[in-house]
Ligand binder design. Structure first.
Ligand code: ADP
Length: 382
């Protein structure tokens, strides 16, 4: 089957045309600067541009749009309602709409993308794949915040978790790499991209995860600081007079690696800064790795042990230095890296623990588009 995978953000549409028989992408690309002065006007025009590219004589991957068997959409927030991917129906659209307050930046463009794809390809099934679904089985002790209970019951204020599409893909690969035994292994997966989170997995499902109601909680990220005393927010507003929009910007865009280093949200720049002797870059790197180490330790306690630690996404796949800093001093869990294997693992699947390590440490490049395509194909074939 040929599946068009769409990932619609507020100002961009990423797309991939995936062939499930060949097991690879036939075309991929991005339309960005949507809504900007010289960019395309809106998501409708962006999708028209995508379809023009796909069928362009000579360069396009398709003879005609009728070759698309289904469209798979990435939807960031499925709330408590969606525990797996679903075919889009009017009821599903309404339910995704109801999740907008939980993801005001992410769900509206995904909805636009679905509606425009339905307009462009009216007879093609559309499937929504949710970033929250992998975490749907988190037990109450992991997903309820210790706030007044009515906020949970009446307003859905709870931990949802994100990066679920990536965790699901990496789990499937780990299961293959570990000889079909993932379900019985106590596993921690760290997804370290621009946004970063870490998840404890057992029995093929998440049992705890670091992101919460929103993608702000947990690890130190490119421009988000993760865990924070909520009193800091009161201090900013009550003592320093920050308006709420500025607190929002500070938390989402000005913190994390960027905030601490004052240089960049990109780990490559931070590592280069460390090389050049920049103290604030060193501090940012230390905070980043220290926070992740705390989570790995906490999740080992949650799982009652640790059999497998896996790294994925930009930093996890490409930075031996970060993996080394995270894994150092875990000898008390009998976790030891093989320095050569770690140094050699860049952007490819690899096992990097030392021979005498009781914990297996793996690098698994993520492929969210592929998972969306496979979930979409499976639902459509029914
Ligand atoms: P996104 O969340 O946007 O999909 P990615 O998974 O592509 O992000 O990860 C982006 C991050 O990966 C950036 O911080 C980037 O610096 C980091 N990264 C990419 N390559 C390397 C590398 N060779 N060494 C360290 N960090 C890297």
């Amino acid at each position: 089957m040929k599946i068009l995978v769409l990932n619609c953000g507020s100002s961009s549409v990423k797309y991939e045309l995936y062939d499930t028989e060949l097991g690879r992408a036939l075309a991929e690309g991005i339309v960005d600067r949507i809504g900007e002065e010289r960019g395309v006007a809106d998501h409708g025009q962006a999708l028209e541009l995508v379809s023009e590219r796909l069928v362009a004589p000579g360069t396009g991957a398709l003879g005609g749009l009728d070759e698309v068997d289904a469209v798979g959409h990435r939807v960031v927030h499925g709330g408590a309602r969606f525990t797996s991917a679903v075919k889009v129906t009017p009821e599903v659209l309404t339910a995704i709409e109801e999740c907008v307050p939980l993801a005001p930046l992410h769900n509206p463009p995904a909805l636009l993308g679905i509606k425009e794809a339905m307009r462009l390809l009216p007879s093609v099934p559309q499937v929504a794949v949710f970033d929250t679904a992998f975490h749907a089985g988190l037990p109450p002790r992991a997903h309820v915040y210790a706030l007044p209970y009515h906020l949970y019951r009446d307003h859905g204020v709870r931990r949802y978790g994100f990066h679920g599409i990536s965790y699901q893909y990496v789990s499937q690969r780990l299961d293959v790499l570990l000889g079909g035994r993932l379900a019985e292994l106590k596993t921690v997966i760290a997804h370290l991209g621009n946004g970063a989170s870490v998840t404890a997995v057992y029995g093929g499902r998440a049992v705890d995860t670091s992101m919460g109601l929103t993608p702000l909680e947990g690890l130190v990220m490119g421009s988000r600081g993760g865990d924070l005393d909520p009193g800091v927010l009161l201090f900013l507003q009550q003592k320093l007079g920050y308006p709420v929009e500025e607190v929002d910007r500070l938390l989402n865009e000005e913190s994390g690696l960027l905030g601490v280093s004052g240089r960049s949200n990109d780990m490559r720049d931070i590592l280069a800064g460390v090389e050049a002797g920049d103290e604030r870059c060193r501090l940012a790197l230390e905070l980043y790795c220290y926070r992740l180490r705390k989570y790995v330790g906490a999740y080992a306690a949650v799982l009652g042990g640790l059999d497998v630690l896996a790294f994925t996404a930009g930093v996890g796949e490409n930075s031996p230095q970060v993996r080394e800093l995270v894994c150092a001093d875990f000898a008390f869990l009998s976790l030891r890296l093989d320095p050569q294997a770690n140094a050699a693992a860049r952007g490819c699947e690899a096992e990097i623990q030392a021979e005498d390590s009781a914990v297996r440490v793996l690098v698994v490049p993520t492929d969210e588009e592929r998972l969306i395509a496979e979930e979409t194909a499976a639902l459509v074939l029914g």
